[in-house]
Ligand binder design. Structure first.
Ligand code: PAF
Length: 281
């Protein structure tokens, strides 16, 4: 049976309140739909650790930088429900815009520091939109645990910080990036790639892996970065927005992997913005 779909925050609250009163733990998997194996790995982790699991599906207008990007974002609700069926989740929360942002909504949650770099610079306002909706989803679902992929590494750091700072009582659980066989990180945006662009897309990850190897062998950061960018350009990407080494916890900028570090990149391929990150060391 496909999971029950809840549209109203009051219904979600009632359900979560009932579960919590009977001592059950609630896990939430926040998504914008167009579910792929990456999302399903989060659901699998939540099912293992929580008595009740809610998957949220809401394409959040506040985190998009352009109306076209918001309009073009893939929406596949029926297919999503079908994919979730084998997992027997307790509810899919798929509210409309007014349930999340009712008339007169005037609050923005903003996390400073962690958002001053990477996607925070290239997508102004994006993380305010993410932080605001995630705060609402955590409070509406009353979740004990929330599952996020490392694929969106900066987002993971931001929501971890906000949940702790605002005492939301929701523990953020990081889960590894799931990749296609050719190394491309799974993302709902991959659906927007043409067949041709899809064959070029894994070069981003390959260039990053090569650069990470070079860094671990003591290579010079700028030389390796130039080589990686020309490999990505040759593959057909039109722009590398950033390719940076940062400390894994604070996202401080690094030149050498002298502590746990991440190599993070964003690049444009045939009109689609792809992001990826890998651990270095
Ligand atoms: O990662 C996503 O899909 C979104 O940013 C999230 C966390 C569901 C908030 O809209």
């Amino acid at each position: 049976m496909t999971p029950p779909i809840i549209r109203k925050r009051s219904a979600l609250r009632d359900l979560a309140t009932r579960w919590k009163r009977s001592g059950e733990t609630v896990g939430v998997v926040p998504t914008m739909g167009a579910l792929h194996q990456g999302h399903l790995s989060l659901v699998r982790a939540a099912k293992k650790e929580c008595d009740r699991v809610i998957v949220t599906v809401f394409v959040n207008p506040k985190q998009f930088n352009s109306p076209e990007d918001y309009e073009n974002y893939p929406r596949t609700e029926e297919e999503d429900a079908r994919k979730l069926t084998p997992f027997e989740v307790d509810a899919v929360y798929a509210p409309d815009g007014a349930e999340i942002y009712p008339d007169g909504f005037a609050t923005t949650v903003s996390v400073s520091g962690l958002t001053d770099a990477l996607c925070g610079v290239h997508r102004p306002g994006h993380f305010d939109g993410v932080a605001t909706v995630v705060t609402k989803l955590f409070t509406q679902s009353m979740a004990d645990r929330a599952y996020f992929g490392e694929k969106d590494y900066q987002q993971l750091q931001v929501v971890t910080r906000l949940s702790a700072d605002l005492d939301l009582g929701t523990a953020v659980v990081p889960c590894p990036t799931i990749r296609e066989e050719d190394g491309l990180a799974m993302s709902s945006r991959n659906l927007l790639l043409s067949d041709r662009a899809r064959t070029w897309a894994p070069e981003l990850n390959r260039a990053m892996e090569e650069m990470a190897d070079g860094l671990l062998r003591g290579g010079d950061f700028e030389t390796l970065k130039t080589e990686a960018i020309s490999r990505i350009d040759r593959a057909g990407f039109t722009e590398v927005e950033y390719l940076e080494l940062r400390s894994a916890d604070t996202l401080e900028l690094l030149q050498t992997a002298d502590r746990p570090a991440r190599l993070l990149a964003a690049a444009w391929l045939a009109g689609v913005r792809l992001i990826d990150n890998i651990a270095v060391g």
